[in-house]
Design a protein around this ligand. Structure first.
Ligand SMILES: *Cc1c(COP(=O)(O)O)cnc(C)c1O
Length: 400
């Protein structure tokens, strides 16, 4: 008997994921199809990856054209696609320079390497980085050490040196944890894996002030919040302050592996030839996908539309919460990054919704997380909320 894809994967691939019982074979815009031809609406988009939707025609065309033209040469040489992508990122952000890589963790590694150089140059060799409880920064040894979640770190001790964790949103705790060895603060402008947690009013400005006063780098991990997810091109635009360094990945190339470290000149200049690098980063095919993503996101009106859709989505979820006060603890979000906190475990609801043809995610056991493509429309949201309403009718908050 021939094995199915799921049987082969369960046998041959290391079990780092608990997978849902579905094998997707095709996607288009908001929609996905499985092997049996069943259709789904995708409210996860990878995990905030396919921001323009699945198989976006312009992205796919650019990728095919470039793949037939030039796939790879080393970064020892100049290539055209990365030039344009870097230009768009710099012209549309606080950053002066960009370093491209292949993933979020790798982008954070690059930013953390810059903190070491910064500490040596400006702060007597200080190398301490303060990060947040509930954060997520990646799975490499250094980025899992930066991550403020025990479940990510457990078993991998000894952790990388130099990280101190404090409560997210607590300026006094940050001030208290600061010492002579502190050279940087790394945080997400909205906690993603941590449960879609927004910082209190004025917090980010306060962190900026502490970093500026003390000469430390402020690094925003915008791997999830960036590139239109929160209703602005970058989440830092919601407050009046910008970081010194920002990391990007997830949506950058609409599903092809791409990450970026975006930095002000004072930090960027610390990298010189030989201090950092990547074989695959900024490859022509990936950069062509990223070019289309960025050109689309920066079109007049694109972000405003997505921001408006996010407001509509949040309103609908708030109405739903009012209908189910015994089951829903809170709804929150920014732009199209939304969380619905349940009064019990979310996994059964995720399964129920999948059966009904909706892809959603649950993080921190109880928070249903919605990160749809930015092209999502009100009718898709209406359909999801109705399915969720029905699924909630048979769901009870069991205690964990
Ligand atoms: C996903 C994510 C990462 C890790 O990105 P990878 O590409 O999986 O390495 C880091 N930080 C945040 C905020 C993320 O959401």
């Amino acid at each position: 008997m021939t094995q199915t894809a799921s049987q082969k994967i369960d046998q041959y691939i290391m079990t780092t994921y608990g997978r849902q019982p579905v094998c997707f074979v095709r996607g288009q815009g908001m929609r996905l199809w499985d092997q049996a031809g069943k259709e789904y609406l995708d409210f996860l988009a990878g995990i905030a990856v396919t921001a323009l939707g699945h198989a976006d025609p312009a992205v796919s065309q650019a990728v095919c054209n470039q793949a037939l033209k030039l796939n790879h040469v080393s970064n020892l040489y100049y290539t055209e696609p990365q030039a344009r992508v870097a230009e768009i990122l710099v012209q549309n952000s606080f950053a002066d320079r960009v370093f491209f890589c292949n993933s979020g963790a790798e982008a954070n590694e690059g930013a953390l390497k810059l903190t070491r150089l910064w500490g040596k140059r400006h702060l007597n060799g200080a190398y301490g980085v303060i990060t947040m409880y509930g954060s997520f920064h990646g799975r490499t040894m250094k980025t899992l050490s930066a991550t403020g979640q025990e479940k990510v770190q457990k078993g991998f001790e000894p952790l990388a040196a130099g990280f101190t964790h404090v409560a997210y949103g607590d300026l006094a705790a940050l001030d208290q944890a600061w010492d002579d060895n502190t050279c940087a603060v790394l945080l997400e402008p909205v906690l993603g894996e941590g449960g879609v947690i927004l910082p209190p009013e004025g917090y980010l400005a306060g962190v900026r002030e502490l970093c500026t006063q003390r000469g430390a780098l402020l690094i925003y991990d915008e791997i999830q919040t960036g590139l239109g997810r929160t209703g602005k091109l970058f989440a830092y635009e919601h407050s009046e302050v910008a970081p010194d360094i920002m990391t990007l990945a997830k949506a950058l190339a609409n599903g092809l592996p791409a990450g970026a470290v975006c930095a002000k000149e004072e930090a960027a200049e610390l990298f010189i030839p030989g201090t950092h690098g990547t074989t695959f980063g900024a490859g022509p095919v990936t950069m062509e996908a990223a070019r289309v993503v960025l050109e689309t996101l920066t079109q007049p009106g694109f972000m405003e539309r997505a921001e408006g859709t996010g407001i509509y989505f949040l309103e609908k979820l708030k109405l739903l919460a009012r209908e189910h006060p015994d089951k829903i603890a809170q709804v929150r979000g920014l732009g199209l990054m939304l969380g619905l906190e349940l009064k019990g475990l979310g996994a059964p609801l995720v399964g129920q919704l999948l059966q009904r043809g909706f892809v959603v995610n649950c993080t921190q056991d109880k928070v249903l997380r919605f990160l749809p493509p930015l092209i999502v429309m009100q009718e898709h949201i209406d359909a999801l909320v109705e399915a969720l309403d029905q699924a909630l009718a048979t769901w009870t908050p069991e205690t964990a």
